[in-house]
Structure formats: structure tokens, C-alpha cells
Design a protein around this ligand. Structure first.
Ligand code: PMT
Length: 402
């Protein structure tokens, strides 16, 4: 599907610039015509000669170089290409794109072209979460620019967090989907739950759990990217709402139950990634409970099992549940799959390092009612979500072989 496609790879100055060599190499192997424009800072991270050799085309850096291919080169290139992918896309280039600044070859082409643009943001997580970067990204997405990633994980600055450039294979896959026109879940409506419910004891305390919401938010993001109209029913988290996703905030299991059931008949798939409290305090004190020095006993009453209820109500909907286990992972997950009548259960052993609560990564197995099982290695939660989307497309009867 890449044969003859004219792709401009814009490279900006971040450590992830070295990974773009693989993007270019993969695109060339798939018979794309690849052009490269680098910012001056990018040339500090990777030599233009490397990218020239891999792309088999001259690399553009300076706006006023001798023309290499056409006259008024940046305009000619802007018209020539079918798609642009900026990888890595630094906070700086995102800002320039947002305000329309054209002060070097790449930013000028980005302003001049009418070809679709993809960006693969890559930066330190604090820079990524800065309101300025988030506002720029939101503005660019509003204009139709598509973001690939970023992923979460170890960063070159020594910290962990969001802001790692997506892997080259994912960047190429995104372009492949674009050229194939494949949005697997276009026309589908999805509902995802995320985070840990909070069950109030009094106005200042609650019973909660360790869920950060990352798993559910990642799934909502990839479902949306795959074309599904996505609702995220979220218990309290610190996470930004994925672009384009409709978020409904809840606190307790009962609120989540009401929010999910109210929308169940409107959706084609529900993914229950939330950690829902099985019990809540029998009484919620109206005032802060005072200490009195003696032991206290807390009476708990069961919460409804949302997923089991959906399992009883489902007609054509696909139900995906999670099983958070600390022992007998597969056997317990299997039982939950049957008891809750789901089409797929994602089993995670939440005691494993790099899996479960709070971690940017997870280690999961997908279990299906027909006995099929897929064991995935440790990977970041967006990648888990992408694997899940593929399986979901399969459950909808689509041919998911690429
Ligand atoms: O949020 P993160 O920090 O990223 O962590 C991710 C995660 C560990 C929370 C996630 O991967 C996960 O395992 N989510 C499910 C947690 C859970 O409650 O598992 P469970 O085995 O207790 O419940 C089984 C399924 O029933 C789940 O899909 C759950 O959402 C659902 N359930 C549970 C209880 C209840 N009252 N109603 C429900 O719908």
C-alpha cells in the first residue's frame, strides 16, 4: 500500500531522532518515496547523510540552499507529497505549527502543504503535560493533524512518564492505516470504564484502591484512534482526557453502575478496565468521624457487579472485562469470564513488577470463551490497548490480518 506514496519525514531536535532512521528504512522497504526535512537541531542528533542514504533522496535543512530538486523548493515539495509525518515532534515544532511560524525549511513546508500531517510527539513528560503543549496539541488536532502516541515509559532524561516517541513500527502502522483508509472501528460506539471507585465513609475519607486509570484511558485513546465514538466513564484520576473522547466523571461504584447502564443500549462494546469497589460502607457519616480511642468496626454492604449485570443484559454488545488477580491468574480469570458472560477477559497479575496498578506498562493475557488464549509480554498500556483493538475488530468479524 506504500508503493509510490510520497512521504515527507520531518525530523526535529530530540533524542528520539535516531529512531527515525528505522521509520525511513521501513518505509523504503515498503516501496514508499521518502523525502526528509530536518531542523538544524535535528542534525545535532543524527547526521543528514544517514537519512539521505536511507531515503535515497537529498535531505533538506536550510531554507535558502541551492535547489536540489525543484525551484522554490519548499513549495514544490509541499505540493508533491501525499503525507507528512513529523517524528520526533518536539514541543518547539508543535508550538510553531500551532501559531503558523515558518522560520526554517520544515516549518515552512508544514505551513505550505495541504497534505495530511501526522506528528509523533517526543519530549520529557513534564514538557508534554505542560498546559502550553497540551493546548497546542489540542489546537493541531482540531485542525485535523493526527498525533501518533506519545508512549509512556523510560525517558532519555532518566525519568518515566508520557512523552516517549512511539516505536517506528507503530508510526509506520499509523501511516499504513491512513493509506489503507482503515479505521477498524469506524461507525462503532464504545464505552470504557477507568480508575478506581471511591466509597465515602464521611465527608473527608473514602475506601479506594490503587488504580491510576492509565489502563482504561489508554484503551479509550486507542478505541477513539481506531475510529470508534468513545465514552469514558472515569472514577477520579489525574489523567488528561484523550482527545476526542467524551468523559463522564463518577466517584462511586453506584454512580459508575448508573452511568454505564444508562448508556449500555447506545454502544457496541464495553470495556470494563475500572477497579470497582466490591463493597461500600453501610453508612456514610454526614460529619467527619471523630476518634475516640477505641476500636471501630466498619460495616460494608456489597456493590452491584456492573459487568455481571451487563453480561445478563447484553444483546449484540461485545463485553470485555479485566481480571485483576494476585494468585491463580488464569483459573480465576476463566471463572470471571464465564460468570460475567464476557466475550474476552484481560487477565493481569497485579503483583508482577511492570504490571497492574499505577504502572505505565502491563503484562496481560487475553482469554476467550472458545478456549483461545493470547499471552502478551510486558508493554506499555497504549500497546496493550492496540492489541485489544485488533482482537475487538476480530470479534466484530473484521479481517484483522494486515
Ligand atoms: O488503572 P491502572 O493503574 O492503569 O491499573 C489497571 C488495572 C489493574 C486497574 C486494570 O488492568 C484492571 O485489572 N482492571 C480491573 C480491576 C478489577 O476490578 O478487577 P476484578 O477482577 O476485581 O473485576 C473483574 C471485572 O469486573 C473488571 O472488569 C471490573 O471492572 C468488573 N467489576 C468488578 C466489580 C464490580 N462491582 N463491578 C464490576 O463491573
Amino acid at each position: 500500500m506504500f508503493a509510490g506514496k510520497k512521504i515527507l519525514v520531518g525530523v526535529t531536535g530530540g533524542i528520539a531522532a535516531y529512531k527515525v532512521a528505522e521509520v525511513i528504512s521501513r518505509l523504503r522497504k515498503l516501496h514508499a518515496e521518502v523525502h526528509v526535512a530536518m531542523t538544524k537541531s535535528a542534525t545535532e542528533f543524527i547526521a543528514p547523510l544517514t537519512l539521505q542514504s536511507l531515503s535515497a533522496n537529498p535531505v533538506h535543512v536550510e531554507l535558502f540552499d541551492e535547489p536540489k530538486l525543484w525551484n522554490v523548493e519548499h513549495i514544490a515539495l509541499a505540493k508533491h507529497i501525499d503525507v507528512v509525518v513529523v517524528a520526533p515532534a518536539t514541543a518547539n515544532i508543535l508550538t510553531k505549527m500551532a501559531i503558523g511560524l515558518a522560520d526554517d525549511f520544515l516549518s515552512t513546508v508544514l505551513l505550505a502543504t495541504r497534505a495530511p500531517i501526522f506528528v509523533a510527539p517526543a519530549m520529557n513528560h513534564a514538557m508534554y503535560h505542560h498546559p502550553a503543549t497540551q493546548a497546542n496539541l489540542a489546537l493541531l488536532k482540531d485542525r485535523g493533524i493526527q498525533a501518533i502516541g506519545p508512549d509512556t515509559g523510560f525517558q532519555a532524561c532518566g525519568t518515566e512518564g508520557d512523552g516517549r516517541m512511539s516505536e517506528p513500527v507503530e508510526i509506520v502502522e499509523s501511516l499504513a492505516r491512513f493509506f489503507a483508509g482503515v479505521e477498524w472501528l469506524k461507525g462503532k460506539r464504545a464505552l470504557v470504564t477507568a480508575g478506581g471507585t471511591q466509597e465515602p465513609l464521611d465527608p473527608v475519607r473514602y475506601l479506594g484502591n490503587r488504580s491510576s486509570g492509565r489502563m482504561g484511558y489508554a484503551i479509550a485513546q486507542v478505541l477513539q484512534e481506531a475510529g470508534a465514538e468513545t465514552i469514558l466513564v472515569s472514577a477520579p484520576t489525574d489523567l488528561p482526557t484523550p482527545f476526542g473522547v467524551t468523559k463522564l466523571s463518577v466517584q462511586t461504584a453506584l454512580e459508575m453502575y448508573d452511568a454505564v447502564l444508562a448508556r449500555f443500549h447506545e454502544v457496541d462494546v464495553v470495556v470494563m478496565a475500572a477497579a470497582v469497589a466490591d463493597y461500600r460502607p453501610a453508612v456514610q457519616a454526614e460529619q467527619k468521624i471523630k476518634k475516640n480511642g477505641s476500636n471501630r468496626t466498619l460495616e460494608l454492604v456489597p456493590n452491584p457487579d456492573i459487568l455481571a449485570q451487563l453480561g445478563r443484559m447484553k444483546t449484540s454488545q461485545i463485553l470485555i472485562g479485566f481480571a485483576a488477580e494476585t494468585e491463580n491468574l488464569l483459573a480465576n480469570a476463566q471463572l470471571k469470564m464465564q460468570r460475567k458472560n464476557v466475550n474476552l477477559i484481560v487477565a493481569n497479575d497485579v503483583t508482577k513488577p511492570g504490571a497492574g496498578f499505577g504502572s505505565p506498562t502491563n503484562i496481560v493475557s487475553f482469554l476467550f470463551p472458545d478456549g483461545r488464549r493470547i499471552d502478551l509480554p510486558q508493554m506499555n498500556k497504549l500497546e496493550v490497548g492496540r492489541h485489544l483493538v485488533r482482537e475487538l475488530a476480530g470479534l466484530f468479524g473484521m479481517d484483522i490480518k494486515e
